[in-house]
Every structure is written in C-alpha cells, then in structure tokens.
Design a protein around this ligand. Structure first.
Ligand code: NAP
Length: 518
C-alpha cells in the first residue's frame, strides 16, 4: 500500500483514520500516495488557526509579514526539484507545464513579498481620505482596512496544486489572516508537500498555514462569521458553497473562481499571414496544449472574420499537428496527460457533445502517443473544432456554454464586429479574452467593449509580440476572476487582493483621535 499523507491542523501533523483515497500517475497508472481526512477535529483545528495563527500574524507589521513570505520563497526555491518530480508523477505534465504551476506559484509569492514591503511598519491600512461630518472640521469619518479576525479557507481545483495555493495564501498571509487549504484530491500531493516544507522550515507562526487533504466533508460547517472562503473549481460545486449556511446565515465572505468559456478574437482587417493573424494562430495552439488545456483561462472559442475561417483553420491545425503527446518523461513530448481517468472520460464526453454541433478541423484522436500505453495513459491529442459559417456559429449553443477541460477549442466565424461581440457575450462572462490586431484604436475600443464581460482583456499587437505574458498566464499584478459564469470573483491584481482579507470600517471621531491613525 502507498504512503498515507498526513494533514497539518491544530499545529500538528495528523493522519486521517480511514483507509484513504489513492492518487495515481495518470501516464503509468501507478498508485502514488493516499490522502485521508476522516476523523479530524476540524473545529478545534480551525480555532487554533484563528486564535494562535491569527493573533501571531496580526501582531506583525505588513513589512514583517512580507519578510516572512520572502523566507517562504527561499524554502520553496530550494525544493523545486522535488516539486517537479511530484508534478511529473501526479499531474502528468511536461517540465514547461509544471513550471507554470510551480514557478508561477513561487513568483506570485515573491511578488507579494515585494508589494508587502511597500506597506511598511503598519498593522492596518487607510482607505481614502477622512471626510468632514459636522459643521466644524473637528469631527470626521476615516475608513480603515483591518485584517479579518477569522481564517481563510481555500478549496482548490486539481489543475494548479502549487500556484493555486500560493496565489491565495500570499495575499491572505500578508494581510495577517491564517490559511487552511484543502487541495483537490486528485493532485493534493504537491500542495501537501509545499505546506510541509514551509511548516518544517519554521518561517511562519504556528497555526498560520494548515492543510487538509481528502474529503471536503465538514469544512464549510466549521466556518464562523469572520472567516472567508475562496473556492476554485466547477460551477456545480460553487453553487453548493454559495448556498451553504456558513455563507447564507453566518455571512462568511466568499470568492468564487469557476469555469469559463474564454475567447480569442482576431479583429477585422487582418489578412491571412499578417503578423496579427500569425500571433493568433500561435497563441491559440499554445493555449490549447499548455497543461493539456487544463487551465481555467485557456482559449475555448476562437473568433475570426468569416472570410478567414479556412485560413485560420489551416494555420492553427498545422501548429497542433506538430504537438507530440505522451509520456512527459520523454524529451520529445510537448504535451503530457490529463490529470486522471475521470478527466479523460469527461473530456471525451464533452468533445462528443461539441462534435454534434461542429466539424472537426484537427482530430486529436489521430495523434499517436509517444512512450505511453493508450490503454493506461490519460493522454489525448489536441482537437480543433469549427462551425463553418457565421449562421452556424449562431445556431450552435453548445460551443458557447460547454467548457471541455482539455486540449479542445472551437473556431467560430463572425460577420462583423457587432456579431463577434454578441457571440462572445454568449459565454455569459469569462475570465479572459484576448484580442489580435494591428490598429491600436480598434484594439482599445474592442478592449473596453469586452471589459464588462471579462476579468481581464489581453491585447496582442505586433509591437508586443515578444513581450506579452500570454493569454492564459495569470500575472499577480493583474486581476484574476470574471463576472457571470466565471464565478464573479476577484483575485490578485496586486494589492487589490488584500481587500478580500480585510474588513472595512469607518471610525468617526475628533481629528485629534483620527490624525495619529494616518
Ligand atoms: P470541483 O470538482 O468543483 O472541485 C474543486 C474543489 O472542490 C476540490 O477541492 C473538491 O474536492 C472540492 N469539493 C468537491 N465537492 C465539494 C463540496 N460539496 N463542498 C466543498 N468542496 C467540495 O472542480 P475540479 O474538477 O477540481 O476543477 C475543475 C474546474 O475548476 C474547471 O471547471 C475549471 O474551469 C475550474 N477552475 C477555475 C479556475 C479559476 O481560477 N477560475 C482555476 C482552475 C480551475 P475533491 O477533489 O476532494 O472532490
């Protein structure tokens, strides 16, 4: 039997009392480790996090907490090789794709360490200017942001066990709020190992960081009024979280990052083979295949002027055809596996649903796996679908609302700019849209038009071809989250992320009381 990973709760390592759920290598099929949370005293563990972890963190200044994050960065950097080995085994990702999760997470943590420095030796933040309330200027109102007195529970998705932890923990810990993370079971190993390394290094106060691996049962029940919960995952689970009594009755603040049918849009007026056209083809192929398309931000729908449908189909397909798929341990492989058999089945099912309303332009099933047994490995080739004419893109509802969480996207022809916007809007709110073109004014106008439907608009013009950070890459400086079906959440965006972990309060008093607060 494989090793049973322990949970870290209440300031100690504790094993679940059940047999555990096994985690597998999605390429070789081997059992790796087991996780279990049966029998944990969640209420006592949460109380310890709030009382010991919270108090110790709040006693520190922002600058001290920033130094603590910087120390955690050093710990993680020293263990990168271990994390890559776990990612290869448990997520089936090639090195470059593991980097998005591992180095992306460490980079995000180090960004918050630097941002935190700038907040100085304070323990609370000011929000705006003081406002006069009375006839005389002596009595005023001043808004402050103070760390919430609860804990932050993170319920995370399987696709980013590293980054998903640190992109949330960095702003929470910097804010002075203790963290309990519950990683998705399928890939919990990497999260558990990173927490273990940071805990063992002693760079955080006791109770500041805890990890519960295995079932989510009871986690939401253990939340109290000043706690916050940040969820990343499917819309169905999000609906359960939102309707839980902790949220509806105890006003636990909740942030939801859910699924999303993201778009890429080639503006009108770009010829086939133009720089903007080629940038679109390149980015689409990269986004479809990075992490085997298991990114919440990946491009799912590609909008091109009707006359360019054939040329775009050819250009993207030519790039996809070059993607070697299989065992990530083989240097020739560019795209590894899906994370599990359940995901493989879900991708096949979703693809079949889309294929009922779209033609197949590049068939992933034709890719021969490199160094992997097709009967065992959870690998799929990238598939590009398409709706041949603009009328077809109007009629096909599934492509606008089905997120196939794998290397699958659909090419959609549009008649004019208004039609493109109308089709994009059928995604009902997404995390990100990317725009491709060479006319700065047209790009700026389109970006503002699409901004209300997205958390982020990524504009790729030829002048930034070598500089831009990628459609799907979530940078800590920019907002992550999206309206509508994307969950309505907001994460990152530099110091904006701290808002979620602070309470805003107005202090009404004499300026003699208020002035020393500044
Ligand atoms: P999921 O099935 O909804 O699971 C997400 C997390 O919720 C897991 O930790 C899961 O634990 C837990 N969970 C399951 N049932 C729960 C319940 N009743 N109460 C509390 N927690 C519960 O999603 P997933 O399959 O892991 O992730 C894929 C989805 O996440 C995709 O749709 C993707 O678009 C979305 N995603 C969004 C973002 C974003 O930032 N917007 C990022 C990544 C992924 P177990 O694993 O133990 O079941």
């Amino acid at each position: 039997m494989s090793d049973l990973l322990k949970n870290y709760l209440g300031g100690r390592w504790v094993a679940g009392s059940g047999a555990g759920t096994a985690l597998f290598d999605p390429v070789l099929g081997d059992e790796l480790v087991r996780v279990d949370a049966t029998g944990l005293d969640l209420r006592a563990g949460f109380a310890f996090a709030r009382e010991s972890g919270g108090a110790a963190l709040r006693a520190m200044t922002y600058r001290e907490r920033a130094a603590m994050l910087a120390a955690a960065v050093k710990v993680l950097q020293a263990r990168r090789d271990d994390y890559y080995a776990i990612a290869t085994a448990n997520s089936g990702t090639v090195k470059n794709d593991s980097a998005v999760d591992i180095d992306g997470g460490i980079y995000t943590l180090s960004t918050y360490a630097k941002l935190g420095e700038s907040l100085g030796e304070r323990r609370f933040l000011l929000d705006g200017e003081a406002a006069r309330l009375a006839k005389e200027p002596l009595f005023q109102s001043r808004h402050v942001l103070v760390p919430t007195r609860g804990l932050a529970l993170f319920i995370n998705a399987f696709n980013f066990p590293g980054w998903g932890l640190w992109e949330k923990a960095a702003p929470a810990l910097l804010s002075g709020v203790p963290v309990v993370v519950k990683p998705a079971t399928a890939t919990a190993w990497l999260t558990q190992r990173m927490v273990a390394d940071v805990v063992e290094a002693g760079v955080l106060p006791a109770g500041a960081l805890s990890v519960v691996c295995g079932s989510s049962a009871g986690l939401m029940d253990a939340l109290e009024p000043f706690d916050v919960v940040s969820f990343t995952g499917s819309a169905d689970t999000a609906a359960l979280i939102r309707s839980h009594a902790a949220v509806t009755q105890r006003s636990v603040r909740v942030n939801i990052e859910a699924d999303s049918v993201n778009s890429a849009l080639l503006l009108e007026g770009e010829a086939p083979g133009s720089e903007a056209f080629d940038l679109l083809a390149k980015e689409v192929a990269r986004e479809m295949t990075q992490k085997s398309g298991q990114k919440c931000t990946a491009i799912r729908r590609i909008f091109v002027p009707e006359a360019l449908y054939g040329a775009a189909a050819e250009a993207i397909s030519a790039r996809l055809a070059k993607t070697s798929v299989g065992n990530p341990r083989n240097e020739a492989v560019r795209m590894g596996a899906l994370v599990s058999r359940a995901q493989l089945n879900a991708v096949r099912e979703g693809l079949a649903q889309l294929q009922a309303q779209a033609e197949t332009l590049h068939d992933g099933a034709k890719h021969t796996l490199v160094d992997a047994d097709a009967a065992i490995a959870c690998c799929v080739g990238p598939t590009l679908l398409g709706t041949r004419n603009a009328a077809g893109s109007d009629a096909s509802d599934r492509i606008h609302d089905t997120e196939v969480f794998g290397p699958v996207a659909t090419l959609v022809p549009y008649r004019d700019a208004a039609h493109a916007r109308q089709l994009i809007a059928r995604g009902q709110g997404s995390l990100v849209a990317s725009l491709y073109g060479s006319d700065p004014k047209a790009l700026a106008d389109a970006a503002i038009e699409l901004a209300p439907l997205h958390g982020r608009v990524h504009v790729i013009s030829p002048d930034v071809a070598a500089l831009h950070t990628g459609h799907g890459n979530v940078m800590p400086q920019s907002l992550h989250g999206g309206p509508g079906r994307a969950g309505g959440g907001e994460e990152l965006g530099g110091l904006r992320a701290l808002n979620f972990y602070h309470r805003r309060a107005a202090i009404q008093a004499s300026t003699t009381v208020l002035d020393p607060l500044a």
